[in-house]
Design a protein around this ligand. Structure first.
Ligand SMILES: Cc1ncc(COP(=O)(O)OP(=O)(O)O)c(N)n1
Ligand SMILES: Cc1nc(C(=O)O)sc1CCOP(=O)(O)O
Ligand SMILES: [Mg+2]
Length: 265
């Protein structure tokens, strides 16, 4: 039977995933408003990432984001998963989803602590790391990056470029053809702006993960809407030309239900 967290991952609209940056947004207190704006612009998943915040600060941030999204979006807030970066204890305390890197808690350990319901994302940056993550089977989402150079993550590896992203996706595409059960979802991260979004979408990756282009934007809602439109355009062109994601077992994956789009309807 499919693990509930993997089922949940397949329910998400991952085309645009915003990762917060308190400094770029003007302080941790400004983050909930940016999160709301990003969601209104079409972000379907949010990660709270703040290397300087204490665990207590992050617990408060999770709670405030939940409060603001609930108050402004009502029941639709439940469609937007909140993920915390790095902090297993915060995820455990708040029952928030978690993203870990290769040097953080392992997905297997995080799974032991968090149980089968909460999603676990894992960073990957090489085909071998993607292969290993698929074999281990604990991650519900793979972040692949950095695609382009980024000033946001000071210890980021060398950029993969489109060719490197394609190489990292190859084991996933191969598994999609041969494995009978649902795979972790995939998102690209690092140096992604509006121009970069369409060529990234053409690789078949399922979403883009964006920090600075939203967190530092004068209008984060409009920036999010432009990024989502660019990614969706690129994904559409790829599938029209037969270069889209490989067929694979899917479990009720929804697409095209951006909150902002519904708000504007
Ligand atoms: C979706 C997603 N992908 C990759 C990362 C990077 O995680 P990590 O390698 O642990 O680096 P830090 O973000 O902790 O600096 C991410 N956060 N999210
Ligand atoms: C948080 C993060 N992880 C990366 C990775 O390669 O794993 S790159 C990155 C920062 C992405 O920020 P921006 O959208 O501003 O370039
Ligand atoms: Mg980390």
């Amino acid at each position: 039977m499919t693990r509930p967290s993997l089922r949940a991952a397949h329910e998400c609209d991952l085309r645009l995933y915003h990762v917060t940056d308190s400094a770029l947004s003007g302080g941790i207190g400004a983050v909930p408003a940016v999160v709301l704006a990003a969601v209104r612009g079409g972000a379907g998943m949010i990660q709270l990432r703040d290397k300087d915040a204490t665990d207590a600060d992050l617990v408060e941030l999770v709670e405030e984001c939940r409060r603001v999204l609930g108050a402004q979006l009502g029941a639709r807030a439940a469609q937007i998963p909140l993920v915390v970066d790095d902090r297993l204890a915060v995820a455990e305390q708040t029952r928030c989803h978690l993203h870990v890197g290769q040097d953080d808690a392992t997905p297997a350990y995080a799974r032991e602590v968090l149980g089968p319901d909460l999603m676990i994302g894992l960073s990957t940056g090489t085909p071998a790391q993607v292969r290993e993550a698929l074999a281990a089977g604990e991650a519900d989402l793979l972040g692949i990056g950095p695609i382009h150079s980024t000033a946001t993550k000071t210890d980021a590896a060398a950029p993969l470029g489109i060719d490197g992203l394609t190489a990292c996706l190859a084991p996933w595409h191969e598994a999609a053809r041969t494995v009978g059960s649902p795979l972790p979802r995939t998102v690209a991260i690092g140096g992604i702006d509006e121009t970069a979004a369409a060529p990234i979408a053409a690789t078949g990756v399922e979403g883009i993960c964006v920090v600075s282009q939203i967190a530092a934007a004068a209008d984060p809602q409009a920036a999010s809407a432009r990024l989502l439109a660019a990614f969706t355009r690129g994904a559409g062109q790829a599938s029209n030309s037969g270069r889209g994601p490989a067929g694979r077992p899917r479990i009720g994956h929804r697409i095209g239900h951006g909150i902002g789009q519904e708000d504007q309807a």
